[in-house]
Write a protein that binds this ligand. Structure first.
Ligand code: SF4
Length: 213
């Protein structure tokens, strides 16, 4: 059983969350955590759960992301989350081999792809302009240091970093200070963010329900 104490004790939320992540996701999504479609980020502030199967491609998450950061044009191009991929455009521009991919112009696969807050971009940055926000777990770009070279974008495994054409700075998910706007606006629950308190409350609610049946 997952207890509030187990989840919140000793400040070791990330480690505990990792251990209990599968169970939590089962509880929180109603899905088997072995489902390859579901992507989970365990963060200091909570759990980010992305289920592409639920995505209807409305792109509200992209617009909310772009709008809320507000330093450039509001557009999916300036969003730090990418929904429609494989359409012969994206952070890397026209792909040389796009015609060898699924469909000549891509197949329009809808996959809300979010930053996993790995360290690849940090390691690739020659300016040491990307660092860890300990409070949220986000890898954040220091715009004073960023020179827009694009190494972070080129190396990003998820291809969710872009270089803003106006500011010539890297656009990268910063988890919106711990309350991701993409999750706030998603109408289908394809992107969800649970603080640890919310996750525990959901689990407790679920356990109470189980006792009733
Ligand atoms: S807001 Fe949700 S449903 Fe809409 S595109 Fe983004 S992930 Fe998909």
């Amino acid at each position: 059983m997952i207890t509030r104490r187990a989840l919140l004790s000793n400040g070791a939320k990330v480690a505990v969350g990792t251990v209990y992540c599968g169970s939590l996701v089962s509880f929180l999504t109603g899905c088997n955590s072995d489902d390859d479609n579901i992507k989970i980020e365990v963060l200091p502030g909570g759990l980010m759960v992305v289920d592409p199967v639920l995505c209807v491609g409305c792109r509200r998450c992209e617009i909310a992301c772009s709008w809320s950061h507000g330093k450039s044009a509001v557009s999916p191009n300036t969003a730090r989350i990418k929904v429609v991929k494989n359409l012969n455009f994206g952070p890397h521009g026209v792909q040389d081999n796009y015609h060898q991919q699924r469909g000549e112009e891509g197949d329009g696969t809808i996959v809300p792809e979010t930053c996993r807050q790995c360290n690849v971009c940090m390691a690739a940055c020659p300016q040491q302009a990307i660092s860890i926000d300990e409070a949220t777990g986000a890898r954040v770009v220091d715009e004073e240091l960023c020179i827009g070279c694009g190494y972070c974008a080129e190396n990003c495994p998820q291809q969710v970093i872009t270089i803003d054409k106006l500011t010539e700075k890297a656009l990268k998910c910063d988890l919106c200070q711990g309350k991701p706007n993409c999750a706030e606006v998603c109408p289908t629950g394809a992107i969800k963010f649970y603080t640890w308190e919310e996750a525990v409350a959901e689990v407790e609610h679920h356990e109470k329900y189980l006792k009733l049946i």
